[in-house]
Design a protein around this ligand. Structure first.
Ligand code: ARG
Ligand code: ZN
Length: 862
C-alpha cells in the first residue's frame, strides 16, 4: 500500500542515544545495539515499534533483563515490544551477512571493503531502529575486526580511541555528538589509504580532511581533496556555515548504487565521483567530481544539521543542496556554462519526467517505494523552485531567510513549511501562493502574444499560463512565476518604461500569479523586440511565436551568454521540428555560428556549447507524437548542413586552439579542448576517413582528447574504429571506470546494430551485473542515449532492457527500477514503438519481486 503525507504522526518513542558495537566480518557480522528509549509525553502507552529487515535476532534485553518471548514480536520487518512505560534501555544482538548483500543497502562488501549505504531505509538491514528521519539519536560506534583484513575502521563523527585486542583483532571507537537520523549512519572498513589535509575553519576549529580509497587508487584522490576544501570555504563565505567535527572523511567505493552519500562526517562516494587524473578522467569528469563532492559536503548543513521530518520532504534537502552546489560551481567557474548544463538537463530529462507516466510533485502526497523518488523532479526541479524563491525575494533577503532557516531548525527535523516560514519572515513576503510549486506536478506552459498599435504606439502583451494534467492531478492552479524580460527599442536599447499591468512588474521582472495577465506600454515609437524568461529564471515552457528575424536580431543584441545560447537553441529547434520557417531558421543559425566561430573574444567553451544542438530528448519532449527515426534523421541532416557551412572556420579554430589545449587543467585549457572536440566532431562527419580524429586519438594527450577522438571514430564508423576501440580497451583493461567509458561508446553508437554489440558485451566476462557502474555504462547508456538502437522498430531494444530489468531486480532492485525510467514517455511514442513497448513491459509484471520495480511498472502501465 501507499504511505501518505497526510498520515504523518510524530514518533511515540524518542531515541536520544544509540550505542552500536560491530564484530565485522564479510560472511557474518554481529551487531550489538543499545537504544535509550523515551516515550513522547503526548502519546503515552504506545508499544515500541522498530524497523528491522531480515535480521537474525540473537538476543534481546530490556534494562539488562532478558525479554521474555511474549513481550515482543518480530515478523522479519518490524519488531514490536509491549508493556514499556517510562525511559528504558533496549539491547539487541543481531547477525547479518554483508558478502551476500547484492542490493548494496545496509552493510555490504565492495572488493576488500565493508561499507554502508543507509538512505533512505537501509539502516534497518543493519540492526533494529526507528528508521525514520525524525528520530535523531547521538551515537557511539565501536568497530572490531581482523587487523590485517581491516586495518582502517571508520564511522560517523570524531574518533575516540582505538586499541589492539590481542587475537589479531583491533577496535576503533567513534562518537557522533550531533543528533543524527539513522539514514546518515555510516561505517567503512578495510585496507584503505588516504590523502589528507588539515585546516582551520572560520570559527577556529582544527579539521582534518581525509579522502580514502583502496591502495591502487589513492594517487587519484588529490583533486577530490582540493574540492572538499573549496566547498568548505565557499559555504563559510557564501552562507556563513562552518564545519562542525574534528574530521571529515570521504571514502571512494567501486560498488555504489547512486552517486554519493552525505553521511555525517563520513561521506561515501561512488569511485567515479572521486578518482581522477588527466590520463583517466575527462574535463567533464573533473567538473562532475567537484560538483558532487561539494553537493555532499554542503548537505552537512542542508540535510544533516537540519534534517527531514519525513521522506515527503526529500526535496527540502535535495533541491536546496542542488541549488547550493550549483551556486558553488557558478561562483567558481562560468555561471553561464553551468546554467547551460542545468537547463539542458531540465529540458531534456526533467520536463520529460514531468510530462510522462512517472510525473510527481516535488513534494509527493503519497508513495509506495521512496527509493523511486530520487528523481530529477525532486532534485533538479526542486532546485529550480529554490531559484524561483531567490528571484522573488532577491539575494539579500534570500541569505537572511537561509540564516533564519538554519538558526530556527538546527538539530531538528524540518518540513518545507519550516523553510518557507523562515523565508517569509526574513523577506516579509507572503509565500502561500509560492507553496503550490511543491504540490503540483507538471511543467507550466506560458504562452505570450503581442500586439502593437502603430496609431497610438500602444504595445500589449497577453501572458497566459497553463499546467497540463499529470497522473492523479487532472486540474491545476496557476503558479507564482517570476519572468525576467527586456524590450529592445529600434536602436537596440532597453525600454525603461514600466508597463501598466495587474501583475507586479519591477525592474525587468514580471510576477505572474493568475492564469492571464496583460502588460501594456504606451506611446512607443515602434514595435519593440521582446525577450522573455531570460536566464531561464522559471522552469516553464515558453510559447512565444517569434519569427526567425526577431530571434536572429535578438541573438545579435543579447550580451548575456546564456541568453544568446538559448536563442540559438530556439533557432535550432525551429529548424529541427520542421516548422514553417525551418529553412530561414537554419540560415540564421548558420550565420550566428559563423559569427561565433570567428569571434576570438568569445569563451571557446561557450562557442562549443552553441555547436551542440538540442538533444533527442529535448526535441521529443516538444512534439505530440514521437517519430524517433524522423527526429534523429532531421537532426543529422541539420548537423551535416551546418558543418558544411562552417568547415573552414572549424579547421581554423581546431588548429589555433592546439597550444592552449595543452595547458593542463586550467580553465583556459579545458575551454580550448571543449571547442576543439566540438570542431572535431563536425569535421569528422564531413570526412569519411576521419583522418583528423584518428590523428588526435593516436597523439595520446589527455583522456578528454582521446575519448572525444574515439567517439568520433566509433560514431561515424571510421575505418580505424575497431582497431582504436581495441587499443583503448587493452590500454585500460585494469581500470573499470575507464572501461566503462569504452563500453558506453559502444552502447551509444548511433545505429540500430549497436544492439548486437550490447548483447555481445552482456555475454562477455566484462559484464558484472552486481556492479551498478557496469550496468549504467552498458544498459543505462543504451536505453537513455541511443535512440536508434533502443527504439528499434522490431522492439528488440525494449526487450533487451526489460530482460535486464527482470534479471537485475533480484540482484539490486534500485538499479533495476532505474532502468525502467527509460520507458516514462512510452505513451507518446509513435507506432510501431508504442505497441512494442507495451509488449515488452506487460510480461514483466509476472517477473518482478521487488517493490521498487513493481511500483514503477504499475505506474508505467496505469
Ligand atoms: N542523499 C544522496 C545524495 O543526494 C543520495 C542518496 C540516494 N539514495 C537512494 N536510496 N536513492 O547525495
Ligand atoms: Zn543530495
Amino acid at each position: 500500500g501507499h504511505v501518505h503525507l497526510a498520515d504523518y504522526r510524530a514518533p511515540a518513542w524518542r531515541i536520544p542515544q544509540a550505542d552500536l558495537q560491530f564484530e565485522l566480518d564479510p560472511v557474518a557480522t554481529v551487531v550489538a545495539a543499545r537504544l535509550c528509549l523515551s516515550p513522547d509525553p503526548a502519546q503515552p502507552g504506545q508499544p515500541l515499534e522498530l524497523d528491522g529487515e531480515g535480521l537474525e535476532l540473537l538476543d534481546i534485553t530490556l534494562d539488562g533483563q532478558e525479554l521474555p518471548p511474549d513481550r515482543y514480536d518480530y515478523d522479519g520487518h518490524r519488531l514490536v515490544v509491549r508493556g514499556l512505560s517510562g525511559d528504558c534501555e533496549l539491547a539487541t544482538r543481531v547477525r547479518i551477512h554483508p558478502a551476500d548483500n547484492t542490493r548494496l543497502e545496509g552493510l555490504y562488501r565492495s572488493g576488500d571493503l565493508l561499507l554502508t549505504q543507509c538512505e533512505a531505509q537501509g539502516f534497518r538491514r543493519i540492526t533494529f531502529m526507528a528508521d525514520r528521519p525524525d528520530v535523531m539519536p547521538r551515537w557511539r560506534i565501536v568497530l572490531r575486526a581482523d587487523r590485517d583484513a581491516f586495518p582502517v575502521l571508520l564511522a560517523n563523527g570524531n574518533p575516540l580511541a582505538s586499541q589492539d585486542l590481542g587475537d589479531g583483532r583491533h577496535e576503533a571507537s567513534w562518537e557522533n555528538p550531533h543528533p543524527t537520523p539513522a539514514y546518515l549512519f555510516a561505517i567503512a572498513a578495510g585496507p584503505l589509504e588516504r590523502v589528507s589535509q588539515r585546516l582551520r575553519t572560520a570559527e577556529g576549529r582544527e579539521v582534518e580532511i581525509n579522502v580514502w580509497a583502496e591502495p591502487g587508487d589513492v594517487a587519484r584522490c588529490h583533486y577530490a581533496l582540493g574540492a572538499v576544501e573549496r566547498a568548505l570555504r565557499w559555504d563559510e563565505q557564501r552562507f556563513g556555515r562552518c564545519y562542525d567535527l574534528d574530521v571529515f572523511n570521504v571514502v571512494a567505493a567501486q560498488d555504489f548504487t547512486m552517486g554519493a552519500m552525505e553521511n555525517k562526517g563520513l561521506n561515501i562516494f561512488n569511485a567515479r565521483y572521486i578518482l581522477a587524473d588527466e590520463a583517466t578522467a575527462t574535463d567533464a569528469d573533473f567538473l562532475a567530481i567537484e560538483s558532487v563532492v561539494a553537493h555532499e559536503y554542503l548537505h552537512n548543513w542542508s540535510g544533516n544539521r537540519v534534517t527531514l521530518r519525513d521522506w515527503f520532504q526529500l526535496s527540502l534537502k535535495e533541491g536546496l543542496t542542488v541549488f547550493r552546489d550549483t551556486e558553488f560551481s557558478s561562483d567558481l567557474h562560468s555561471r553561464a556554462l553551468k546554467r547551460i548544463e542545468v537547463v539542458r538537463l531540465l529540458r531534456g530529462r526533467q520536463f520529460a519526467e514531468d510530462a510522462g507516466a512517472l510525473a510527481h510533485p516535488v513534494r509527493p502526497a503519497r508513495y509506495k517505494e521512496i527509493s523511486n523518488f530520487y528523481t530529477l523532479t525532486i532534485y533538479e526541479k526542486g532546485a529550480e523552485i529554490v531559484r524561483v524563491l531567490h528571484a522573488l525575494v532577491g539575494e539579500d533577503a534570500f541569505r537572511a531567510g537561509m540564516d533564519r532557516y538554519f538558526a530556527d531548525n538546527d538539530g531538528k527535523a524540518a518540513t518545507l513549511e519550516d523553510f518557507m516560514a523562515a523565508h517569509a519572515a526574513a523577506s516579509g513576503r507572503d509565500l502561500s501562493g509560492f507553496a503550490r510549486w511543491y504540490a503540483q506536478a507538471g511543467t507550466p506552459e506560458v504562452a505570450i502574444s503581442a500586439d502593437f498599435d502603430p496609431a497610438t504606439g500602444d504595445y500589449t502583451l497577453t501572458i497566459e499560463q497553463h499546467t497540463p494534467p499529470t497522473p492523479g492531478q487532472p486540474d491545476k492552479q496557476p503558479l507564482v512565476i517570476p519572468l525576467r524580460y527586456v524590450l529592445f527599442d529600434g536602436d537596440g536599447a532597453a525600454v525603461t518604461q514600466l508597463p501598466e499591468s495587474d501583475a507586479v512588474v519591477r525592474d525587468g521582472l514580471v510576477e505572474l500569479t493568475g492564469a492571464r495577465h496583460v502588460l501594456r506600454w504606451r506611446g512607443l515609437h515602434s514595435a519593440p523586440l521582446p525577450a522573455f524568461n531570460q536566464g531561464f529564471g522559471a522552469p516553464v515552457k515558453l510559447r512565444f511565436d517569434q519569427g526567425v528575424d526577431e530571434l536572429a536580431r535578438l541573438a545579435r543584441l543579447e550580451r548575456d551568454s546564456f541568453n544568446r545560447w538559448d536563442l540559438l537553441q530556439r533557432l535550432a529547434t525551429e529548424a529541427l521540428l520542421a516548422r514553417p520557417h525551418a529553412e530561414a531558421a537554419t540560415g540564421a543559425l548558420s550565420d550566428a555560428l559563423a559569427d561565433l566561430l570567428s569571434d576570438a573574444d568569445a569563451d571557446p567553451a561557450f562557442v562549443a556549447e552553441c555547436l551542440v544542438l538540442p538533444d533527442f530528448d529535448t526535441l521529443a519532449e516538444q512534439v505530440e507524437e514521437v517519430d524517433v527515426q524522423g527526429i534523429v534523421a532531421r537532426r543529422e541532416e541539420l548537423l551535416d548542413r551546418l558543418a558544411e557551412d562552417q568547415v573552414e572556420r572549424l579547421q581554423l579554430r581546431y588548429e589555433a586552439l592546439a597550444a592552449d589545449a595543452r595547458e593542463g587543467l586550467s580553465g583556459k585549457a579545458m575551454s580550448a579542448r571543449a571547442l576543439r572536440n566540438a570542431c572535431l566532431a563536425w569535421l569528422t562527419r564531413l570526412d569519411p576517413d576521419a583522418a583528423l580524429a584518428q590523428a588526435q586519438f593516436d597523439a595520446g594527450g589527455t583522456m578528454t582528447e582521446r575519448i572525444a577522438a574515439l567517439r568520433c571514430l566509433v560514431h561515424f564508423q571510421a575505418p580505424g574504429a575497431d582497431a582504436a576501440l581495441a587499443r583503448f580497451r587493452d590500454a585500460h583493461a585494469a581500470d573499470p571506470l575507464v572501461t566503462d567509458k569504452w563500453v558506453a561508446l559502444v552502447a551509444t553508437r548511433p545505429h540500430p546494430d549497436a544492439l548486437d554489440d550490447v548483447q555481445a558485451l552482456v555475454a562477455s566476462p566484462w559484464w558484472k551485473p552486481a556492479n551498478p557502474n557496469r550496468v549504467r555504462a552498458l544498459v543505462g547508456s543504451f536505453a537513455r542515449l541511443n535512440p536508434l538502437a533502443f527504439h528499434r522498430r522490431d522492439g528488440a531494444g525494449y526487450r533487451l532492457v526489460t530482460g535486464q530489468v527482470a534479471v537485475l531486480d533480484a540482484v539490486n532492485p534500485q538499479v533495476a527500477a532505474r532502468l525502467l525510467g527509460a520507458f516514462e514517455s512510452w505513451h507518446r511514442w509513435a507506432e510501431p514503438q508504442r505497441g512494442q513497448a507495451r509488449a515488452a513491459l506487460e510480461p514483466l509484471a509476472g517477473q518482478l519481486a521487488s517493490p521498487d520495480s513493481r511500483d514503477l511498472l504499475e505506474r508505467l502501465l496505469a
